[in-house]
Ligand binder design. Sequence first.
Ligand code: ADP
Ligand code: MG
Length: 704
Amino acid sequence: MRPSELQPLFASAQSLTGIGPRIALLLKKALVLPPGIVEARVLDVLWHLPTGVIDRRAEPHVADAVAGAIVTLKVRVLKHKAPPRGNAKAPYKVTVEDDTGRLDLVFFHAERKFIERQLPEGETRYVSGRVERYGDVLQMAHPDYIVAEDARSDLPLLEPVYPLTAGLSGKVLVKAARQALERIPPLPEWQRPDWLAERGWPTFSEAIQRLHSPTDASDVSAASKPWQRLAYDELLSGQLALGLVRRRVKAQRGRAVAGDGRIRAKILAALPFALTGSQQTALREIEADIAAPFRMLRLLQGDVGSGKTVVALMSMAIAVEAGAQACLMAPTEVLARQHLDTIQPLADAAGLTVAVLTGREKGRARRETLERLADGAIDIVIGTHALFQEDVTFRDLAFAVIDEQHRFGVHQRLALQAKGGDGGANVLVMTATPIPRTLLMTHYGDLDASRLTEKPAGRKPIVTRAVPLDAIERVIERIKVQLAEGAQVYWVCPLIESSEKSDLAAAEERHAHLVQHLGDCVGLLHGAMAADAKDETMAAFSANRLKVLVATTVIEVGVNVPNANIMVIEHAERFGLAQLHQLRGRVGRGARESFCLLLYKAPLGQIAEQRLDMMCATEDGFLIAEKDLELRGGGEVLGARQSGLPEFRVANVPGFETLLAVARDDAQLILDTDPQLESERGHALRTLLYLFEADEAARLFRAA
Ligand code: ADP
Ligand code: MG
């Protein structure tokens, strides 16, 4: 349970003055909320850090105010001047003065009552905003702040500037953050004093205070000491959470599963190819892992087409050799059946009994499968989430493969593993997302990972070129020549940035243009089409009746047309590296030489140029992912969202990798010396875990 002193931070943001249901909706838009949280809480307001400050500290006399500058002035209200009747466009003016000069406060579309209330004649007010010269009159249009003398402290001299959304004003956030700061309870220090001293970092409370209510403009920067301190807090909490969960998993005795190799030998003999070096390495790693007497949890990473399925099958065979069962879980029905098609002939050759279990299996067929799973007649079952259903029982499940493609949860999943019963399964998670090592470490700690880096033999490299859009007619001419030689082409249409045109309109236009040049062998595929029409178009392309397929943005995952050998990506500069890499992966699957043409609009920005250069230089998904991380910086990686990795609250900072490495060592040391977090620092660290909502991990040390 979360410590009660932290509760006020987890209350709804609506408990703050000035935040009602309407603003709460806007907060939900403007703030980054953790997965599963639907309403902003006080804590989320605190994590919403400013991106800069407005400096209102200049407090000149009116005569010394410099046009163009933001200033705070202490003035007497002299006179209200309403706009002349019948001239609604003229502004409402209020003349104010101090001993040195006069100034007009100017309001367009003014609400008169409001202004009269704010600026009663004869009273003294502080006003803050940008001064301007209008003719020979000094003026301030729509002051940002107007406060009475006794409310002077309401006027932030260094005003934090927050990321906003339409309808949400900075003032609301300033006010909310101030109240949120007051909710922070006294907290114990969880960082090592010597480390804090070395970095010159403030305490947690001071750090967050200085970001939301800065005393120096340089406080508000991701490189500042307060921000770095918070980033380190977040990284340490993450590393600690992972460490806790992983120790728990490893501590659970699993079974040592060892096979004699007889089934694997038969599978190998039935394969029409030899395993690549990295497939062999991955298999050796998996074999050693499941032979050890703790539960395996390993990630198998490899691009689409790198041959993960065979690795999965060979690993499952080990379990069967040991007299147990295995399962393979796919994210969709279609992918489950695709796996079955691949595996069935090999299983037949090796004498393995394979079954399928998805939502589609019902009634008697399903009951029979369940019985045969329970009595051990089935060696390997391939299915979807249906495998998780309660009435699915195994005689002896020793190995589970989860083919999760882009979506896998993080320490929730690890924690799930930790909860499993005795003798639970060894788990292999397969993913096509080439997650860079740094990110893997951030989000999974030292999770064991095997990588398939080689392409299966016989694949030819994909020749990739960046071509300016101006040369499109020449590209079309070259494609014409290629088509005559039997080529097939994907043509991916641009992501539309402006609202001038829809994606669909752009694709239709390109389609018409290509039909004109290449004839009616050009098909069109887009998201608004009915499912049958889509299937029909896809089938026609698959059967080589259509030679060119024009498609909006994303060609559906799982599309496999080995004869297609040319990928044209229009406005490639608008795509991220991960997306470009994925799209390119659709070609290069057959015997024909393959090409990827990245059509770009010149001139290229610096980052876009680096992206396209990278694409032309390599096909290695891991290198591309590392580059993506470098170009985007910190943890802001496109692949991250897709793969369900949680986003940082504050840790996207310069020097991220260094901090991460220290946090990792620190976490390891803590867990080595105080695995139950029982020391004084240990207790403080528990608070840290709850503060960053690593609750699953935090719960473990109690249960242990
Ligand atoms: P993915 O990693 O995307 O799941 P698959 O397992 O579907 O890839 O493999 C893609 C294709 O490559 C399949 O047709 C498979 O039979 C073939 N393949 C796998 N390993 C090899 C290999 N070592 N040599 C040649 N072809 C292979
Ligand atoms: Mg696959």
